[in-house]
Design a protein around this ligand. Sequence first.
Ligand code: XMP
Length: 315
Amino acid sequence: MNDPAAFVREAVERLRRDIPGRAIVAASGGIDSTVAAVLAQRAVGERARAVFVDTGFLRQGEVDQVARYFHGAGLACAVAPASEEFFAALAGVTDPEEKRRRIGEAFVRLFEKEAERFGTDRLVQGTIAPDWIESGGALRDTIKTHHNVGGIPKDSRLVLVEPLRDLYKDEVRAVARELGIPYPDRQPFPGPGLAVRVNGPVTPDRVRRARVANAIVEEEIERAVAEHRLARPWQYFAVLLPVRTVGVTGDNRVFGEAVSVRVVESIDAMTATSMELPRSVSRAIAERITRELTGEVVRVLYDITDKPPATIEWE
Ligand code: XMP
């Protein structure tokens, strides 16, 4: 794609053909699905209903933040509360690929219900080329099943409409600029959310711990960036580990959990380098996580691995 204006014209025309009646649009708050949703509403107006799913695996304040972002992008979007369904879908599951498969399936079931209620079988998604390439569309080995691709069951009645399938990230950004959509003021966040930042069983308590730890990492890193103590990283987050470990609070021995902090530099997420943090930043993160989760998290580790051999997320 070399002409974003021409791409928009053609995409709108194609969407009008692909959406003869109505459509549901899966909106995640990321740039890809926001661009797809705005294109769909430009093509067919209110016949395209954008839906943002509150899976229960979102970060602190994320629903409000995403709603503000959609407003700024000129997108009309409904929020679907679905945390019960998502926690139920993951009960007893610890394998990362199985988590992604089940989350994908829960998304599809939810969108099937939304579509039926709205009187359509069309689902617009913001899938871009690297999503299906990394999900095994072109590579022999599946690295990770991106939830928006791998989880769609064969028996689904939904007809997928993917206006951005052939684009790469920089091309999506160019289309966003063409449409006047601001780039979301947030770091990349995986579709399966905190469920893949909770290694091991996904329970409401463990997700709450991961949410608190993620918010602390975000706040402390953003503070350090604002105070010029650190260059802005590509991604910075916390992962709750499936280990129990001993700590002390006051006079008490606690057998608690451990969190790993990951801060990486990257250009395109295909490779990444672990960043070194100033001691003041890592100390503040460790101190706050163990204090704000007293008796729950007793140890904070720092992930010094690059990608490859590790991936950016732990699962
Ligand atoms: P990995 O962990 O594979 O991640 O090095 C590369 C980048 O992709 C993000 N990521 C995802 N994004 N759906 C997404 O939309 C997903 O299922 C998913 N999994 C990982 C990750 O945060 C990193 O920026």
